[in-house]
Design a protein around this ligand. Structure first.
Ligand SMILES: [Zn+2]
Length: 331
């Protein structure tokens, strides 16, 4: 019932608000959040596994909220258009306080607030651990996964976010949704154990800067491929030979998607795996900084027992790079 409802909501969302650019898409966000659970130390992992379905499904809620609710503060949390600030990423205000002191809220709403919102969420999650607030820990962990995932999508860091300035409109969802949905079945999600982060602010900016560096790479790769690709097999066609349209744009062919995916040399898979690894590191760091509360004691021992068998299976699969029990509407 729960998953059926979420599928309906997502379909409605995407149909009505197709002009909004999402991070990763439901497939990607769900895989990232689920994968991150298995890299946690055992003191956290059992608790997170007890709530893994909420953490998985909740990964896509911020995009649904963005599309369906008229909350003016929400859209800017998903991106940062670095060029709008007129300086290199290194010269941007590092903390929430500095950003709010330097820029007014109208500018930040327009140009994006993603790195600073990640810091805000980390403060809230750390506080939830300190206060041993079980429901806040679960909710904020799922939320953080979304925005940290968005931070790993290169086009979420650029004002050329849909290739609209370089005649590549449509590349945003092509890169972040179509490619992982089509080729993600072979991705390896094993990340190794979570690591403590000494300097969260620097780490947040390292992630953003790394994503930003990839913007040119992915745009150039697509331009080069398109220049050499036969025009008559660029788009999917229907039985009459007309291009198949989606959201008022012609849909690129499966062969073209495969060529572009190959030309990116593992970039999409890598960014997904890094999203999961970094999410695990952030959760772990918030837990340590929040005083390492006993999480297992927060759940009914019966629940832990009930989940034991599935947990073992999923943990084993994750060590081989696979995620189980994760069906989305695209699969
Ligand atoms: Zn988003």
């Amino acid at each position: 019932m729960k998953s059926k409802l979420s599928v309906v909501c997502i379909v409605v969302t995407l149909t009505l608000y197709s002009n909004i650019l999402f991070g990763w898409g439901a497939w990607g966000h769900k895989h990232i959040n689920r994968s991150a659970v298995f890299a946690l130390p055992v003191e956290m992992r059992i608790f997170y596994y007890n709530h893994i379905d909420f953490i998985t499904e909740g990964s896509f809620v911020p995009d649904m909220r963005r599309a369906l609710l008229n909350d003016k503060a929400e859209p800017a949390r998903h991106f940062i258009d670095i060029e709008d600030f007129g300086v290199q990423a290194d010269s941007l205000p590092r903390t929430v306080k500095d950003a709010n002191a330097k820029y007014d809220s109208v500018f930040l709403q327009k140009s994006g607030y993603l790195p600073w919102y990640i810091q805000t969420l980390m403060d809230r999650l750390t506080l939830a651990f300190t206060r041993k607030n079980r429901s806040e820990i679960i909710f904020l962990s799922a939320e953080l996964g979304h925005y940290l995932g968005d931070a790993h999508v290169p086009l979420h860091t650029s004002s050329n976010y849909d290739g609209q300035l370089t005649n590549q409109k449509g590349i945003h969802s092509f890169w972040e949704s179509r490619l992982p949905e089509t080729f993600g079945g072979t991705y390896n999600f094993y990340t190794g154990d979570a690591k403590y982060i000494d300097d969260l602010v620097s780490e947040t900016w390292r992630i953003i800067k790394h994503s930003d560096v990839l913007v040119d790479t992915l745009l150039i790769a697509e331009r080069q491929l398109r220049a050499s690709y036969p025009k008559d097999s660029l788009y999917k066609t229907d039985e009459t030979g007309k291009p198949v349209m989606r959201f008022n744009q012609p849909v690129l062919s499966d062969k073209y998607a495969a060529k572009y995916h190959a030309a990116l040399k593992g970039m999409v898979e890598n960014q997904m795996r890094l999203s999961a690894a970094d999410l695990s590191n952030f959760w772990y760091t918030a837990w340590v900084n929040g005083g390492k509360p006993d999480l297992n004691g927060m759940d009914d021992p019966g629940l832990i027992n009930q989940n034991k068998k599935n947990y073992r299976r999923e943990m084993k699969a994750w060590h081989k790079g696979r995620l189980l029990n994760l069906k989305t509407e695209q699969e």
